[in-house]
Design a binder for this molecule. Structure first.
Ligand SMILES: *Cc1c(COP(=O)(O)O)cnc(C)c1O
Length: 431
């Protein structure tokens, strides 16, 4: 086993290990960092809050940063999402959305609505590692072992165009996967509470980018069949796709939205599940009606985490962060083109500041490297030698630059990654 890298400190887009080596943070410390490490404005906000109070419970009480942040989240998320429920990780934000959606239908007057107990999600979906979020997940590698513990979920085929589950290709595809979604809804809508989706990009699946219009079409179908749409923006939210939220690209207004990862700028664990008034109102009633949503995590709405999130959003606003991202996303998109010159690059998928480079043993047949080749892992270790931290998903090399990364740093990210892929794949060809 290789020696573990032990991080000592960070600065902007770089991390330093305990031996003083410097690395570019090409994973945003697992898809979370927005403004770079040790950003003065966020540090200050946390310090100031620390001097007021580090934690007070949100069960029965409120605290100032949690109130201000809830207001802010309502302002910046798609119209209609007016209520905020806090928790502390992406997985919990999803659990909460699932439980709210389920209970929402259980509390309807019309008896037939109470049969709406199942969820639809996509194959290859990833929504977290708790049992509920695993139940709606679609990645066999992470999920198959736990099958006996999971609740039943209906899976629609992912829009994974490079390896289309319906066997289509660019020339004969008319988004047949949407037709499948429609068939499923038509068959199952009476028993379905909600459709859960990672909008535009299925991250952990390997940056599977949906074709344009797919998300809006799914949203429309959900409305037509009166099924709640849950947008899991845990990975894609807060600028990652080049807009504040992925739903913004197609004007989609989900009924529930899950937020985490980038919410605090990558500083502290915090998550939020947003809901519409219609959903919120279904939980109102007399005490003895027991319509309350009985769910609460001990550290929910933690003031330090909420302060970090407020400082993150404040910085985004003051620096026209989303506007400034456009040049970077164009640079990244352009810089990725050269990877097609590498013989073992099968597919390059990207949107905004997230990219996946799928490595294949043979490009014509799209045949994957065998797991034993450990190709992704070897590439990222090679990159590490050259001063870059990235993390693969199987045979897919993932690039998730810190959103504030400069153009020269993005070039560094691209060129080290290119060299690492070239070195490792050529070495493998020789053996
Ligand atoms: C990372 C991720 C999660 C889980 O978030 P955690 O904070 O790790 O629990 C859920 N959904 C998506 C889309 C994610 O990328």
């Amino acid at each position: 086993m290789e020696k573990p890298l032990i991080v000592d400190r960070g600065e902007g887009s770089y991390l330093y290990d305990v031996e003083g080596n410097r690395y570019l943070d090409g994973t945003s410390s697992l898809w979370v960092n927005v403004h770079g490490h040790v950003r003065e404005e966020i540090n200050r906000a946390i310090r100031e809050q620390l001097d007021r109070v580090a934690h007070s419970t949100l069960l029965g009480l409120a605290n100032v940063p949690s109130v201000l942040l809830a207001k802010k989240l309502v302002e910046i998320t798609p119209p209609g999402l007016n209520k905020v429920f806090y928790s502390d990780s992406g997985a919990t934000s999803v659990e909460i959305a699932l439980k709210i959606a389920y209970q929402y239908w259980q509390q309807q007057e019309r008896e037939e609505y109470r049969a709406r107990r199942k969820f639809i999600s996509l194959t290859e979906a990833y929504h977290g590692d708790t049992i509920g979020s695993v139940s709606v997940g679609g990645m066999d590698l992470f999920h198959s072992k736990f099958k006996p513990l999971l609740f039943e979920t209906i899976h629609a085929p992912a829009p994974y165009c490079y390896r289309c589950p319906l066997g289509k290709n660019k020339d004969n595809c008319s988004m047949d996967c949407l037709k499948e979604v429609e068939n499923i809804l038509d068959r199952h809508h009476r028993e379905v509470a909600a459709f859960l989706i990672e909008p535009l990009v299925q991250g952990a699946a390997g940056m599977v980018v949906a074709p344009e219009g797919y998300l809006a079409a799914v949203s429309k179908l959900c409305k037509r069949y009166n099924i709640l749409l849950i947008a899991d923006e845990v990975a894609v939210g807060f600028g990652r796709t080049g807009k504040m939220f992925a739903c913004d690209h197609e004007g989609v207004r989900p009924d529930l939205m899950c937020l985490a990862k980038g919410i605090t700028g990558g500083y502290l664990p915090l998550a939020a599940t947003l809901a519409t008034d219609v959903i919120f109102d279904a939980f109102m009633g007399e005490i003895e009606d027991f319509k309350t949503f009985y769910h609460g995590h001990t550290y929910t709405g933690n003031p330090l985490a909420c302060s970090a999130a407020l400082a993150n959003l404040d910085l985004m606003e003051k620096t026209d962060f989303i506007g400034g991202l456009q040049e970077k996303t164009a640079f990244l998109a352009n810089g990725l083109k050269r990877f097609l010159n590498l013989e073992h690059v099968g597919d390059i998928r990207h949107l905004g500041m997230m990219a996946g480079i799928e490595l294949v043993e043979d490009r014509t047949g799209k045949s994957p490297y065998p797991p034993g080749a450990n190709i992704g892992h070897r590439v990222i270790l090679e990159a590490r030698k050259k001063g870059l931290i990235i993390r693969p998903l199987g045979n897919i090399i993932v690039l998730m630059p810190v959103l504030s990364m400069s153009l020269p740093q993005l070039e560094e990210l691209l060129s080290i990654t290119f060299d690492a892929i070239q070195t490792v794949t050529e070495r493998t060809d020789l053996t």
